[in-house]
Design a binder for this molecule. Sequence first.
Ligand code: ADP
Ligand code: ASP
Ligand code: MG
Length: 447
Amino acid sequence: MKFGGTSVGDVEAFERVFHIVSTQLDKHPIVVVSAMTKVTDALVAAFEIAKKGDFAGAIASLEQHFERHVEVSKQFLPDDQPNLFNGELDLTRNELSDLLMRVTRRSLPLQMLKDAIVSYGEQLSSRLLAEVLKAKGVNACQVDSRRLIITDDEYGAAQPIWDETEKLVKLELEPLIAAGEVPIMGGFIAANRGGETTTLGRGGSDYSAALIAAALRAGELQIWTDVTGVMTCDPRICGEARTIPVLSYEEAAELAYFGAKVLHPKTIKPAVDHGIPVRVCNTFHPDETGTMILAESGEAPNRIKSIAHKKNITILRITSARMLGSFGFMSAVFQVFERFRTVIDVISTSEVSIALTLDNTTEIDKIVTELERLGDVEVESGYGVICVVGEGLRASTGLASTVFSTISDVNVALISHGASSVNLTFVVKEEYVSDVIKRLHKELFRN
Ligand code: ADP
Ligand code: ASP
Ligand code: MG
């Protein structure tokens, strides 16, 4: 059972989590929890403040978030006896102070320090949830995820080393479950082989939960969040969004990748590999069924499931006369992106040019300099990717035409279709994204 940040945002949220967990104790749950809402952002911000040299400002910015933890602990934990959470909080304050000081002095690599700092969100929330559940009579115990999930050294987006992780998860958790305990673990955080703290990328708690579910061959992976399942589009954009009852793994992966942040893109993979059903449920309405993600969704053709989107996208175009009839050009272009560890999202090619989109542009200047050796390069920011997803796209004609005729007055900068056969992806100027989604939603989900 994975609970996201908004599911552990305040006193009421902890109460809800207690109720949800306690109704499923017979299924021997393992709980994976995110940092309390806004805490990871606050830790990232504190790191940035310290980087600019303002140590005191960095420390001060975190106090209000510590306070939110203290409020929860005061509500549920008896104050007449020492409690493990207070000890953890004192330790956290000291350790964060030390780490932020190191940031101002650059006494360790910054990426390493950043992961160590942001990990305290999940360290605190998992300790707090474990103590709250214990106080309410659940046989809970906190388990440090960093001892179980082992990754490479890619700070900020570390890749788990599966064999080692699987072994450790089983070794550590199986005896606890056998003894009737409920392990409570922080999502998102892990460690490399040297024991240094790493993180799995923003939104990574879903991934942690999927890894643990896969290692233990769990009967089900439940993602508890603040909406009822995966919806026909982001409910923040269009009030008419509806819950999708069943999605295939492939559909869910496409949606997640193209911005439906209700699921982390990589979540799907370990679950698919081990045939574990994933259910997305609403902490605020635990009785609603939510979305089931299964190997095959078995839907009829002509059905589109959902519209995902991602903003803040940059388009890069490379044009080269040399590409005409030659080989090796694509490979030369891709090598540049590989060297600067930059992910390409959407891509479209013609005989003499390549257009592609990026959402991470930290290395863009260096990339452009390198690519200019291969051809003319153009960069334009301020775009959004829209991705229409459904098994129906595989088997039906006319859907692409419906999509584009609905938005015929909007300039489409790039289109990609056919690569996965369950998605139709295109790029428009960012200011049109909301309007395009509303119009498509109305047209495609009329019934
Ligand atoms: P958590 O903190 O539980 O991980 P997230 O904020 O990461 O929650 O994800 C839930 C949010 O995802 C929702 O509040 C919603 O605004 C957003 N979202 C985007 N696209 C979709 C979609 N297609 N269906 C449901 N939610 C979506
Ligand atoms: N707390 C982390 C984040 O905000 C991980 C997660 O919530 O999934 O990105
Ligand atoms: Mg999330």
